[in-house]
Design a protein around this ligand. Structure first.
Ligand code: SAH
Ligand code: SF4
Length: 355
């Protein structure tokens, strides 16, 4: 394996002007490179035929346009969602999930294609229901590796991603510098141009990261993996709650919902005898009302190697009815087979366990 090259996918126009300027080239070259990368989607510098050959060679020696390689595409049991697994330059794997509009409802509005991306290789937070935490944490993805998942998805699907969710492997706000750098390119009309209102960042509740994201100042959507409506339950399910307990998280979320343009979504996985009992539903309703948030209930998907149990459909419905009665906007996805979010983390787990 050769040394990893930096990637140009995380350069917005300003950064390209600076880079090319440092190599002695005028600003219009940045416009040309942007067009090759984002309009024509070339994978190779040799295709940039209106650049001087010297510059092409110089860029090719230092940069890559494809920092990951798709090695497996698999159809999911649900609808026509497709998961793909990509190998990074250092040999690690990440996965992403393409969700067509008919399946990607719930916040996806009129979008045609939703993409679920990973933000880290593994995850250090070890939530007790989550496959991503099982192998521990390896490293942050670079901004280019985040962006490259979108480029790859558009190549696989032959159409544009118009709705993006950070619900794959990893905690995006634990990698907030690279997340914000990637978002700059993702939002840039001259690059990927996905609208802020069509991007959802999902977090397990990283308070300093939340503040950074709020300061970024774009009207992104926020999903919070809550999974427990008091500290005792939440700490049992999500050890990260010991670091940033509800007493710290909720004020940061109140601040977000005061200044943000969209309702926060509280994600709540229903786990039998852990957090799916009816008194928990009343506690959850109180938290949601306080934050003016909506709730997304997700019946737990069994993960091989993890102990917990999915409640019956009737138990899930009873939980959901409490929220409805308490006037909390609530959705529940009760699909047979694997929910697409939960499926994130599991493909890589299989692949890395085989190594
Ligand atoms: N680290 C971020 C982003 C990852 S999204 C976060 O925690 O929010 C992780 C989401 O995947 C969870 O909120 C949940 O919605 C889903 N998920 C993970 N494991 C699951 C499982 N076993 N069953 C159902 N949903 C699961
Ligand atoms: Fe990490 Fe999110 Fe999974 Fe928790 S739910 S282990 S924070 S990816």
């Amino acid at each position: 394996m050769g040394a990893a090259l930096d990637s140009l996918l995380e350069y917005d126009r300003a950064a390209l002007v600076e880079l090319l300027g440092s190599l002695g080239h005028k600003a219009f070259r940045a416009t040309q490179v942007m067009e090759w990368v984002w309009r024509h989607r070339v994978a190779d510098f040799s295709a940039m035929t209106n650049l001087p050959p010297g510059l092409r060679g110089e860029l090719a020696a230092r940069f890559t346009l494809r920092p990951l390689e798709v090695v497996e595409v698999s159809e999911s049991a649900v609808g026509s969602t497709r998961k793909f697994l990509s190998r990074l330059q250092d040999g690690h794997f990440v996965e992403s999930v393409i969700i067509p509009a008919a399946v990607g409802r719930g916040g996806a509005h009129s979008s045609r294609m939703t993409l679920c991306v990973s933000s880290q290789v593994g995850c250090k937070f070890g939530c007790r229901f989550c496959a991503s935490g099982l192998l521990g944490f390896t490293r942050n993805l670079t901004a280019s590796e985040i962006v490259a998942q979108i480029v790859a998805a558009e190549e696989i699907a032959g159409e544009r991603v118009d709705n993006l969710v950070f619900m794959g492997m990893g905690e995006p706000l634990d990698n907030v510098d690279n997340l914000l750098r990637a978002l700059t390119v993702i939002l840039d009309q001259q690059a990927l141009g996905i609208g802020a209102r069509h991007i959802t960042v999902s977090t397990s509740g990283n308070v300093p990261g939340l503040r950074r994201l709020a300061a970024f100042g774009r009207p992104l959507r926020l999903a919070v993996s809550l999974h427990g409506a008091d500290d005792a339950v939440r700490s049992r399910v999500m050890p990260v709650n010991r670091k940033w307990p509800l007493g710290e998280l909720l004020p940061a979320l109140r601040e977000w919902s005061r200044t943000g343009k969209h309702m926060i979504t509280l994600e709540y996985i229903l786990i039998r005898d852990v957090n799916a009992m009816l008194p928990e539903a009343y506690k959850l309703a109180a938290v949601a009302r306080d934050l003016d948030a909506k709730v997304n209930l997700i019946p737990y998907n069994t993960v091989e190697g993890l102990p917990w149990v999915r409640p019956s459909e009737e138990e899930c419905r009873a939980f959901c009815r409490v929220l409805v009665r308490e006037h909390v906007p609530v959705t529940m996805r009760y699909e047979k087979g694997h929910d697409i979010n939960a499926a994130c983390g599991q493909l890589r787990l299989r692949r890395e366990s085989r190594l």
